[in-house]
Design a protein around this ligand. Structure first.
Ligand code: F0G
Length: 537
């Protein structure tokens, strides 16, 4: 008799106990709604969809342990108990590797020993890591809760911009990244600095679909030679920070290897420039390292995460990613690390960040989040580093990409961690498509209209090709993204999406060009401008 793993079908890893039924919506009703919402994917009513691949952010299902934790949520205005639990969870996940303390269990189990609670949670002091505790968090704050990732980006860049300006009002500042997410790019630009994308040179290299289970070329890496060129060209003083996004959402959700993290950290250290992670999807990135990077197969996810974070000086994170929670974000930097040293010469950078946090997002112990949300994040941090969960998650994304490629639909291979990306230039090969006719957007409009499936263009429209210089255009890829919410869809959803996308691929010459009918010059326009499809066939 074969063992369960020899059956050649994935072994189920979970059961769903809540159901949301889809509505029966007609094509005509979707057409009306599309017209009324100016063909913007962001404005289409979600309740009228069959499948929603707009984002994996905040759209994942919580586990039963997370739902249960909501009852422990403490909505106090000052120092709710979840605040302490979350800070401890951050230390556990990012700094303690295989030795998490799990002080969260004191709260979840209703511990009544007040002395123990005081010693292990409420008055515990820590220093030297990403999360100071007790008096040190008061005197030298380095952990900041905010409502979501972009708030952390805003907090960081709007606080350092005036410091840099004061230092040298005439200098231009550059922030290199292996791939800036759109909000990161916009927050940097809105604060008068220049975002630079240093994609890995192998990003568009072909990859055989049947090799996805056995190897991975880590196409999300930063091009380290380009980084050195950039620093030498612009000058060390013009690079306030280097950023690595794990996984690299803008570069097709591809992972970054530990080898690359180490190499970039070495370069950053040699120039004394702080290195930060955009840590959205850190757990999925860690899984790729375990599965495919030499020397890591016997390491636990927690050990790998600990090593990854040992090379950076700070990170911004959206807790909406990695299936962690439905809302939340944070900014963390190493106590008295390079960032602290570099930006604290006019006072304490932590105090400046805290002032802005309180001014904009609420006081430091809730940062614009409900006490219930804080508990779900703390529990979620432990849930998303579970290997069985991650293996199934990555398997499903891979299944989607594999099925599309078997139908010859051009997708970026290997599949990344959270989404499947269509290579738009290849998709439209043989048609009269031009880069600036936003045909990728036309594809998303048709997919929604005919099949009730929502996806998102991340290409010349989203990244504003028409407004950029030839040099800046090099940082724009032409992709349509299907981001997969975690623990929401099963193989029947994937099969429906594959059938619909394949049908459109066969009819690609009928897909319309798209014009921006309103708000072409708005910042982050893909969230808010109006569109118009131009049908010629
Ligand atoms: N960084 C990356 C790499 C992201 O993917 C996102 C969001 C953010 C920062 C900002 O975080 O949404 O919590 O403010 N990405 C979502 C997406 C929206 O659909 O890819 P946020």
């Amino acid at each position: 008799m074969k063992s369960m793993n020899e059956l050649n079908v994935p072994v189920p890893t979970k059961r769903s106990l809540v159901v949301r039924n889809n509505k029966e919506v007609t094509k005509e009703q979707r057409e009306t709604a599309l017209k009324e919402t100016e063909y913007s994917m962001f404005s289409f009513p979600a309740d009228m969809l069959i499948l929603d691949f707009l984002s994996d952010s905040g759209s994942s299902s919580m586990t039963d342990l997370q739902w249960a934790s909501l009852f422990h949520g403490d909505e106090s205005y000052g120092r709710n108990k979840g605040y302490y639990v979350l800070l401890e969870a951050v230390r556990d996940i990012f700094e303690r590797g295989n030795e998490p303390k799990k002080s969260i269990n004191l709260i979840l189990s209703g511990e009544t020993n007040v002395k123990k609670l005081m010693e292990e949670l409420y008055l515990k002091s820590h220093e030297g890591g990403f999360v100071n505790g007790g008096i040190h968090q008061l005197a030298r704050p380095n952990a900041f809760l905010v409502p979501q990732g972009r708030c952390a980006e805003h907090l960081l860049f709007s606080t350092i911009a005036p410091i840099l300006k004061e230092r040298d009002p005439n200098n231009a500042y550059y922030i290199p990244n292996n791939g800036h997410f759109d909000t990161t790019e916009a927050n940097i630009a809105a604060n008068g600095m220049c975002p630079v994308n240093l994609f890995s040179a192998n990003l568009f290299e072909d990859f055989p679909s049947d090799q996805m289970d056995v190897k991975n070329p880590f196409k999300g890496n930063m091009d380290s030679k380009e980084l050195i060129n950039c620093i030498e060209d612009k000058g060390v003083e013009s690079i306030p920070l280097i950023y690595l996004t794990i996984t690299n959402n803008t570069a097709a959700g591809q992972p970054v290897s530990l080898k690359n993290i180490k190499a970039i950290s070495k370069i950053a250290n040699s120039y004394n420039i702080p290195l930060f992670f955009d840590a959205c999807r850190f757990a999925e990135n860690a899984f790729f390292i375990k599965a495919f990077e030499e020397g890591y197969s016997n390491h636990s996810i927690l050990e790998i995460v600990k090593e990854m974070f040992s090379y950076v000086d700070g990170f911004t994170i959206s807790f909406k990613k990695d299936g962690l929670a439905n809302i939340g974000g944070g900014l963390f930097f190493r106590d008295r690390g390079i960032f602290y040293e570099k930006f604290s010469n006019n006072g304490n950078i932590g105090t400046k960040l805290k002032e802005k946090q309180i001014l904009t997002f609420g006081n430091d112990s809730y940062g614009g989040l409900s006490g219930r949300a804080i508990m779900s994040i703390a529990v979620g941090l432990y849930e998303v580093v579970k290997e069985q969960y991650l293996a199934e998650r990555i398997r499903q994304v891979r299944e989607f990409a594999l099925k599309l490629s078997q139908k010859r639909v051009p997708v970026i291979l290997p599949a990344g961690g959270h989404a499947v990306y269509i290579n738009v230039a290849k998709f439209f090969e043989g048609t009269d498509m031009k880069i600036d006719d936003f045909r990728g957007v036309g594809f998303t409009i048709e997919l929604l209209k005919h099949y009730g499936i929502r996806a998102c263009e991340l290409g010349p429209f989203a990244f504003e090709w028409d407004k950029k210089t030839p040099e800046q255009r090099k940082g724009i890829l032409n992709l349509v993204r299907f981001a997969i919410p975690r623990n929401v869809y099963d193989s029947s959803h994937i099969d429906y999406a594959v059938a619909a996308i394949t049908e459109l691929y066969h009819n690609r010459e009928k897909i319309p060009k798209v014009e921006v009918s309103r708000g072409a010059n708005l910042r982050l326009r893909h969230f808010q401008s109006g569109l118009k499809p131009i049908y010629t066939k």
